[in-house]
Design a protein around this ligand. Structure first.
Ligand code: ATP
Length: 236
């Protein structure tokens, strides 16, 4: 199951001004690659560019052998890409299990759906206990689990995760990162966008730092921690 993502010199704009100004990066198959950066650096825009939600105006994006540039979002998703959006968007009036099912909307075989739900419950036993609870009545940490679980229901090759630690208590942040690591160990390539530098570098294999729409540093967690500018900006 390969899931290699490459961005080459990507420029993306919403109106006139470019938000991404020539972003190049690679998320290698089987690894956790992180994209770090402060508010407004362009992290979410990078995810939107990959998914074709805000198509880049220049540059190339490749997923395995497919060129994603110009491809419709549903086709990109169909190649094995799944996104867990910022802010843990759950459907509040639907139960846990109904939320999960929505993640498998492209799947019609009920047996396969049941199998995937069982796999999600294996990763998150708490969700099985709360399978009939309305998602909107669950805690922030539990909603994060529903959101990740829903992202897994399409059996993706690659998961794009946008700021999973945002607004979560430290305990849930820790648990969430452990879960991302376990999901990666099951063979799913992860592209993780985060502001929480320390905890992200603790689980990532490789990382990039984005500032004002440009990659300003790249390397292994050790290399990034040793980079003086990164150190001053995030560990100072
Ligand atoms: P955050 O951590 O705050 O989510 P980010 O690194 O994900 O930040 P982006 O959301 O990619 O940053 O935003 C980068 C820039 O693009 C910001 O200046 C933002 O105001 C702008 N921007 C984002 N979305 C839009 C949009 N839909 N229309 C116009 N400008 C946008």
């Amino acid at each position: 199951m390969t899931a290699n993502l490459i961005l080459e010199d990507v420029y993306t704009a919403y109106d006139k001004a470019d938000v991404l100004e020539g972003v190049s990066l690679e998320a290698r198959s089987g690894e956790i690659t992180c994209l770090l950066g402060s508010n407004g650096a362009g992290k979410t825009t990078t995810i939107r560019s990959i998914l074709g939600l805000t198509p880049p105006r220049a540059g190339n994006i490749k997923f395995n052998d497919a060129a994603l540039t110009g491809m419709a979002t549903h086709r990109i998703v169909g190649l094995g890409m799944s996104c867990i959006p910022e802010g843990r968007k759950v459907f509040p009036k639907l139960t846990t299990e109904e939320n999960l099912r929505l993640g498998a909307y492209q799947q019609t075989d009920e047996k396969v759906i049941q199998q995937r739900i069982a796999e999600v419950y294996e990763i998150f036993p708490r969700l099985e206990e709360r399978r009939d609870q309305l998602a909107g009545t669950m805690s922030g940490g539990e909603q994060a689990m529903v959101s990740i679980g829903r992202g897994l229901m399409s059996a993706p090759k690659m998961l794009l995760i946008d700021e999973p630690s945002l607004g979560l208590s430290p305990l849930y942040v820790k648990e969430n990162f452990k879960i991302i690591q376990r999901i990666n160990e099951r063979g799913i390539t992860v592209f993780l966008v985060e502001q929480n530098v320390r905890q992200t570098l603790a689980i990532a294999h490789r990382g990039y730092v984005l500032s004002k729409g440009r990659v300003v540093a790249a390397g292994t967690p050790e290399e990034l921690r040793a980079n003086e500018e990164v150190h001053a900006a995030y560990f100072g």
